[in-house]
Design a binder for this molecule. Structure first.
Ligand code: NAD
Length: 261
């Protein structure tokens, strides 16, 4: 019998950290080995399932096989640096990296296996595939708009998932998302440029994550939507990615690779 994959969770007391702990309990083949929070966090010193929440990732590097990180870009980059020196793979769920920070993620992936996805849900990754097919079949005559909604605590906008959906459509249509994205509209905007991909953001309440991509044509519109009803779908996907990542050669992987999409 193969030994279970030992998992460490950075951001263990956060919304995703808690969802990961609770999903990991049901999974054979994985074991919770280390829990880490930011120094000074109230959860430090508490025990969850017999694992003490600590504040020092460097101190537990020998205790786990794969790190799962859902925190903030600055702590993720610090963790990637430690893990790349120690040869530990990382499942990277944090969103909101600037282009320069994303380059640091890619640099770390030259030394270790990193699985990064703006959205670890299986449904969203299937949606990414469907979108590319839809965009190619509909062609350039349909205007593309993306609407996303999240809870009031989310700190970045538009969501990393909305950007990934936009990128899937842009790539399928031969456009560069950075050049065609329009983030919100206000005032005298003029008529819509047909090349653009528009993003609209809703924030409030406890919405876990809703995304709709609209293809708006003459006389019809197609809407493809995904709605998350619990964080368990992200957590389950991230844990699946962790098991898949264990033993992989260095590289920057995504959830589509994990799912074979
Ligand atoms: P949250 O604020 O509830 O949790 C973040 C946790 O990270 C907090 O407990 C915080 O104390 C901890 N943290 C911050 N700095 C740290 C450090 N230096 N060391 C250790 N812990 C530290 O946020 P959340 O809702 O769990 O989301 C976290 C991130 O994951 C966000 O970027 C969010 O957008 C992203 N997210 C991604 C997916 C996905 O599928 N990729 C899904 C949900 C959320």
């Amino acid at each position: 019998m193969t030994a279970p994959v030992r998992i460490a969770i950075l951001g263990a007391a956060g919304r995703m950290g808690q969802a990961l702990i609770s999903s990991a309990r049901d999974l054979p083949g994985l074991v919770l080995a280390a829990l880490i929070e930011r120094p000074g966090a109230p959860a430090i010193g508490q025990s969850v399932d017999g694992v003490r929440i600590g504040a020092d990732l460097a101190a537990v590097l020998d205790h786990f096989d794969v790190l799962i990180d859902f925190t903030r870009p600055a702590s993720s980059l610090a963790a990637l640096e430690l893990c790349s020196a120690a040869g530990k793979p990382v499942v990277l769920g944090t969103t909101g990296f600037s282009p320069a920070e994303q380059a640091e993620v890619a640099a770390a992936a030259r030394f270790i296996a990193v699985c990064q996805s703006a959205n670890f849900s299986v449904g969203v990754n299937v949606l990414l595939r469907l979108l590319a097919d839809a965009a190619r079949a509909l062609g350039p005559g349909y205007d593309v708009e993306i609407v996303e909604a999240h809870h009031r605590h989310k700190v970045d906008a538009p969501s990393g998932t909305a950007l990934a959906l936009g990128r899937a459509v842009a790539t399928a249509l031969g456009r560069d998302l950075e050049a065609v994205a329009v983030y919100g509209r206000e005032g005298q905007t003029g008529a819509r440029d047909s090349q653009t991909i528009g993003f609209a953001t809703v924030r409030g309440g406890d919405v876990i994550g809703d995304h709709t991509v609209l293809f708006l044509g003459e006389g019809e519109r197609l809407e493809l939507s995904h709605r998350a009803s619990s964080r368990g779908n992200f957590a389950g996907g991230a844990l699946r990615a962790a098991a898949w990542l264990h033993g992989r050669p260095p590289g920057l992987y995504d959830m589509k690779a994990v799912l074979g999409l």
